[in-house]
Design a protein around this ligand. Structure first.
Ligand SMILES: *Cc1c(COP(=O)(O)O)cnc(C)c1O
Length: 368
């Protein structure tokens, strides 16, 4: 039998590994020159907008909400079909998540539902580009402008994606990326926040590290409660070694996704992702299984065939923490159904077309 095929695997080249060793020998291993260089490279990708690095995408999201002034009594509209971090950060700042069900075709938040969910307490929209498929930025910012709302884009999965030819992060309000090991570009753990303008830079740096501002040779002041969310130089050096591959990684993901869509047997009754090769970063290739196939059994049998299958994600509002806050089953039927039967198939740049074919054949055997 051939090697186990995981649902994802980072591609880290030898020069990057050597570069990390150099950082480790340099005597400066936490936030320093590598972080500065990584932020500059990210800013370059984002049309020169200011970018600050974090030790997780979650931290970038939380600081994004705090920079937008979101807190107690405020409502933030988001999707129930995401990694739980998306909603957790809203609770973390003391605000209230308002979930709006997804469009079953895109699996992203339904923007018509967003308009209907806006109340006088709504302060911000927190959309997620699930699997790297961008939420419609024209409509999103149209709503935000008309209703005077802030936008914090959870672009954790859509780094390298674009909207009508413009790279995500190069326009808009606040944009958060994640560089977790499974994301399209990684620093092992890490994230970044794209800021609207330079006036946000100092407040952002304060919130990132204990609220501290230094001045002169020995000055230090703290006037706000900050976190401990700085990225290390070791991690930033990994990111610097990843960024030159971004375009090739994205192109490879798109080609593999296209191969899945060509090879997948449509008579099996699965719901396939939208065929977007212009905008999506193809962070994941996900199918919604037909009702007759319990997901746990599919995962088990694919594993027996040497293929890893992931679950991204169960609907957030059905977790015990959220049920305890009042949410219940039946409120967001699309997210609940998709969350209960979605399966993430292997997709990462180092995969071959033959790997895709192997996944398609195993899935066909199991689903037939
Ligand atoms: C990964 C992810 C996050 C959180 O990023 P971390 O770096 O793991 O903290 C947030 N939202 C979405 C949609 C994600 O996929």
């Amino acid at each position: 039998m051939s090697d186990f095929l995981p649902f994802t695997r980072p591609s880290i080249d030898e020069p990057t590994i050597a570069g990390v060793a150099e950082v480790l020998r340099s005597g400066w291993i936490t936030s320093g020159p590598q972080v500065k260089a990584f932020e500059a490279a990210l800013s370059h990708l984002c049309a020169g907008r200011p970018v600050r690095a974090f030790n997780s995408g979650t931290a970038a999201l939380e600081v994004g909400l705090r920079l937008a002034g979101i807190g107690a009594g405020d409502e933030v509209i988001t999707t129930p079909l995401s990694w739980v971090a998306t909603a957790n950060v809203i609770l973390e700042v003391g605000a209230r998540p308002v979930f709006v069900d997804v469009d079953p075709r895109t699996r992203n938040i339904d923007l018509e539902g967003v308009e209907a969910a806006i109340t006088p307490a709504t302060r911000a929209l927190l959309p997620v580009d699930l699997a790297g498929l961008p939420v419609d930025r024209d409509r999103l910012y149209g709503i935000a402008r008309a209703r005077r709302l802030r936008v914090l884009e959870d672009a954790a999965q859509s780094f390298g994606a674009s909207w009508n030819g413009r790279t995500l992060g190069s326009f808009g309000d606040l944009v958060a990326f994640s560089f977790h090991a499974n994301k399209n570009i990684t620093t092992a753990e890490g994230g970044a926040l794209v800021l609207p303008d330079e006036s946000y830079a100092v407040p952002c740096e304060k919130l990132r590290l204990q609220g501290v501002v230094r001045s002169g040779e020995d000055g230090m002041e703290v006037d706000v409660l900050g976190g401990k969310w700085n990225l290390t130089d070791v991690a930033a050096r990994i990111g610097l070694g990843q960024l030159p591959h971004l375009d090739a990684f994205t192109a490879r993901r798109r080609a593999l996704a296209r191969h899945y869509l060509v090879r997948w047997d449509r008579s099996l009754g699965c719901e396939l992702p939208p065929e977007d090769y212009a905008n999506s970063s193809w962070h994941m290739f996900q199918v919604v299984l037909p009702e007759r196939m319990p997901r746990a059994e599919f995962i088990r049998r694919m594993r027996e065939a040497g293929i890893g299958v992931g679950v991204h994600y169960p609907a957030i509002h059905l977790f015990a923490l959220y049920r305890a806050l009042g949410w219940r089953a039946g409120q967001f039927p699309h997210a609940e159904r998709i969350g209960g039967s979605i399966a993430t198939l292997p997709l990462f740049p180092a995969m071959s077309e033959a790997d895709v074919e192997r996944v398609c054949e195993a899935a066909k055997r199991i689903l037939s």
